[in-house]
Design a protein around this ligand. Structure first.
Ligand code: 1AE
Length: 401
């Protein structure tokens, strides 16, 4: 058989013949009909025909089957839209079925350049090798003018964060258009660097009409942006892939998971999180991928988090991407984050930094103190005895023991 991408589905049904269903999908999503074709036509269509690879039926509890189907590469072009429409286009609306995984063929994967920087490249840009990174999120961005955003940025930078990202809901607006915002924030970054000695990446939110994204990215980069934030699922994976493959867009891209909840949480519909936020994000070229953690305000089960992390970091053709477990993160969660994700992780917080009772800069310092304590093998409570910022954060938000 020629090169194929293999899709795995979980299909729920009380009484269906799953083998027959699988055959129906393999034929229906490729040549459309098979048995009715005359022999000559069959021969001609054979190279396009989907093949059932396996059917694994589970009868205990709710009845379901995990079905694997191979789709010949010659049926679709080498872009993520064609692949997804082939394997789960109409099928996504046809009963209780969830797309769990796709194994990309060698030549399909080879059509994508993947992350331009990856974990290694981002670390190199920052000059930080020996600890998890810390990212902070602008909070309260709408309605603020440039001096207000600049001050907010400066305070975050003073706290010792490695990356600062725009809030994903900050779009082009007359008060803080992207070029002016980037100039103001990068000037604040330089001012803070004089005090902290620390490099910093600012991920400006890339927004606007889809066909103008590259132009917009270029303007941000020309203004000094050294990273970008991108709402990948709103624009589509191929928009990210185009940006990541463009040599002129020579900065890391952080993928925001906005809209992901419309795809992954149901057990019997949608696209599984490890595929959506792991495999596909890495293939499309995200250097950093945000997703809800198991412990914060918006949560995702721990096993799904770990499977995303594995998809982003496992050895493979493309550079690895940073996991950025997010939403409701505070310093008391740092031990759990490092336990689950190891050192190759970005600790990311908005409210957990700006909401610190001693202010935004202290919020950043509390996180850095927590990270340093965990790396040194010191308990947070013990470290908190030496650091007022950390002890105040633990008093405010507690800690996961
Ligand atoms: C899963 C995305 C998290 C995010 O974008 C965000 O803004 C989090 O903010 P906090 O840390 O919950 O305030």
């Amino acid at each position: 058989m020629s090169e194929c991408c293999i899709a795995t589905y979980r299909l729920y049904d009380d009484k269906a013949d799953f083998h027959k269903k699988a055959q129906g999908i393999a034929v229906g999503l490729t040549v459309g009909s098979w048995t009715e074709l005359p022999e000559l036509k069959k021969e001609h269509m054979r190279k396009h025909l989907g093949q059932v690879v396996s059917v694994d039926v589970h009868e205990e509890g709710e009845r379901y089957a995990d079905i694997r189907i191979a789709y010949p590469d010659i049926n679709f072009s080498k872009d993520i839209a064609s692949l997804l429409v082939t394997v789960f286009g109409k099928l996504s609306m046809d009963g209780r079925i969830k797309l769990l995984d796709i194994e990309f063929s060698e030549s399909f994967a080879a059509a994508f350049s993947g992350p331009k920087f990856g974990i290694e490249g981002v670390r190199e840009l920052l000059g930080v090798q020996d600890r998890p990174l810390l990212m902070s999120i602008f909070k309260s961005v709408i309605g603020h003018d440039l001096p207000e955003l600049r001050e907010q940025f400066y305070q975050q930078a003073l706290g010792g964060v490695d990356l600062i990202k725009d809030d994903e809901i900050l779009f082009e607006n007359p008060l803080t258009p992207i070029e002016a915002r980037v100039r103001a924030c990068m000037a604040a970054a330089e001012e803070a660097r004089q005090q902290t000695g620390q490099n910093l990446l600012y991920a400006a939110n890339l927004t606007g009409p889809v066909f103008k994204l590259k132009e917009q990215a270029q303007r941000a980069i020309d203004a000094g942006a050294n990273a970008l934030l991108f709402n990948v699922l709103a624009y589509g994976f191929d928009a990210l892939a185009e940006l990541a493959a463009d040599p002129a867009i020579n900065v890391p891209i952080a993928a925001h998971p906005a809209l992901a909840g419309a795809y992954y949480p149901s057990p019997c519909h949608g696209i599984a999180a490890p595929l959506l936020l792991g495999k596909l994000m890495r293939l499309a070229g995200a250097d950093l991928v945000l997703f809800p953690s198991p412990y914060g305000s918006v949560v995702m089960p721990r096993e799904e988090n770990l499977a995303i992390d594995a998809a982003l970091k496992s050895p493979g053709r493309h550079r690895t991407s940073f996991s950025v477990p997010s939403a409701g993160i505070h310093p008391g969660l740092v031990p759990a984050i490092i336990r689950d994700f190891g050192q190759e992780v970005v600790v990311n917080a908005g409210g957990g930094i700006h909401g610190h009772p001693m202010g935004t800069a202290a919020g950043g310092r509390a996180f850095r103190q927590a990270i340093d304590a965990v790396i040194r093998g010191v308990g947070l409570r013990e470290a908190a005895q030496e650091h007022e910022e950390l002890s105040t954060a633990i008093e405010r938000w507690g800690m996961l023991e």
